[in-house]
Design a protein around this ligand. Structure first.
Ligand SMILES: C[S@@+](CC[C@H](N)C(=O)[O-])C[C@H]1O[C@@H](n2cnc3c(N)ncnc32)[C@H](O)[C@@H]1O
Length: 380
């Protein structure tokens, strides 16, 4: 039997297992393709909005990305993937495991019979954490995310996904807060997409009166009694009672204003997805960075990326210096927004303040930074 015949045989077994509802998991591993840091992909059957899909979790070195596909979409690319990209594929079905291994031009198939396995329960989409799946809700239409027919607009899909992801991430963090009725403040709330989606008590702080008035009207009409918007600047808002401070794409240093307000209030949770990063970039452009970094910083595109990472890296360190433990990760794929980093800081266990301050000083010296704007707020 030729190499391609074996791969085709494996694909047939996958299709049969799918059609007979006997597929437990399909794993592709030993990745040899061009996608940086991809290690393996795990696939299983899920039901989303009543339709059976394949949920594929791609495991990268430092993160996982989940996407859902129609089964036929997966099958269309499976043969090519097994021929060139993945060296190993494992099908776990109810009654057997089938392993395909490719070594150069040779392909081996090994089947092991298994007794006593049950078909897996199908995981349904988590409606609770995905409030935006119902495009018929009035607030979604008022925010122009959904049309009158109740469907999410095509041009709103990226925003829709970002907000869903945020809700998925925030829901357990908010549930984990000690406060029984946590007070949450969204800084630079804009139209309040995130606030309507969270469906918890929340105050949105926003500079622009029009957005504030529209947000309050929308909250009232949609029956969101726990949601309100106030007009004003982030720094002027009295956040002293806040348990959680969040900010999604608050412009440039408005993100620092939000972090500062959270630290000042001693909020248990601070979570920000930063937007543009001009303040640090300007200082890095001034040219007093360590000369060894010149090979990066002289190229505008690298400078931009470095400024973004240095700004957010320093934000995370400043949070640590102020008693927070921090994580920085991508909350959604950059296909949906290039501003896809989320800094999540939880009060307590932030490590040693002097050590964090030493690291901040070292990073600033390396990149020729005089002062991060957040430092100016914390230590004027
Ligand atoms: C890019 S929008 C993001 C809005 C919203 N968070 C979202 O993700 O859809 C940033 C918002 O922050 C507001 N903003 C910027 N600086 C602010 C400040 N210092 N105080 C209050 N609001 C501010 C702007 O008016 C704008 O509506």
């Amino acid at each position: 039997m030729s190499r391609l015949d074996r791969i085709a045989e494996f694909a047939v077994a996958v299709r049969e297992a799918w059609e007979e509802n006997r597929l437990i998991r399909l794993r592709l591993s030993g990745y040899e393709g061009e996608e940086a840091e991809l290690k393996s992909v795990d696939m299983r059957r899920v039901v989303i909005k009543g339709r059976e899909k394949i949920s594929a979790v791609s495991h990268f070195k430092t993160r996982d990305i989940t996407k859902n596909y129609d089964f036929d979409e997966v099958m269309e690319t499976l043969l090519a993937k097994l021929s060139t990209e993945f060296r190993v594929a494992t099908l776990n079905s109810v009654s057997f495991d089938l392993v395909l291994e490719r070594h150069g031009q040779k392909v081996r198939l090994k089947q092991t019979e298994i007794a006593g396995r049950e078909a897996p329960p199908m995981e349904h989409d988590r409606a609770k954490n995905r409030p935006l799946t119902d495009g018929g809700k009035l607030w979604l239409q008022q925010l122009d995310l959904a049309g009158k027919n109740g469907r999410v607009r095509n041009d709103a899909q990226d925003k829709f996904r970002q907000i869903n992801k945020m809700v998925e991430i925030f829901a357990p963090l908010i549930q984990g807060l000690d406060a029984k009725n946590p007070r949450i403040v969204d800084m630079g709330a804009g139209k309040g997409y995130l606030d309507f989606a969270q469906q918890v008590e929340i105050v949105g702080v926003e500079l622009r009166d029009r957005l504030v008035a529209d947000g309050n009207d929308n909250a009232q009409q949609s029956g969101f009694s726990g949601l309100s918007f106030v007009q004003g600047t982030i720094l002027d808002f009295d956040a002293s009672q806040a348990d959680a401070v969040i900010a999604l794409h608050a412009c440039d240093t408005a993100t620092d204003d939000a972090i500062y307000q959270g630290i000042k209030a001693g909020a248990a949770l601070i979570a920000v997805a930063p937007c543009c990063h001009k303040q640090i970039r300007r200082q890095m452009e001034a040219g007093s960075a360590d000369g060894r970094l010149d090979f990066l910083l002289r190229h505008g595109t690298f400078l931009e990326k470095q400024a973004e990472m240095v700004t957010d890296g320093l934000r995370a360190l400043l949070l640590e210096a102020n008693g927070y433990r921090t994580k920085v990760f991508e909350f959604v794929s950059d296909a949906h927004t290039p501003k896809n980093n989320l800094i999540v800081a939880q009060k307590g266990g932030g490590g040693s303040r002097p050590a964090a301050l030493d690291r901040i000083a070292a990073v600033k010296a390396m990149f020729g930074i005089e002062k991060h704007y957040l430092e100016t707020l914390l230590d004027p």
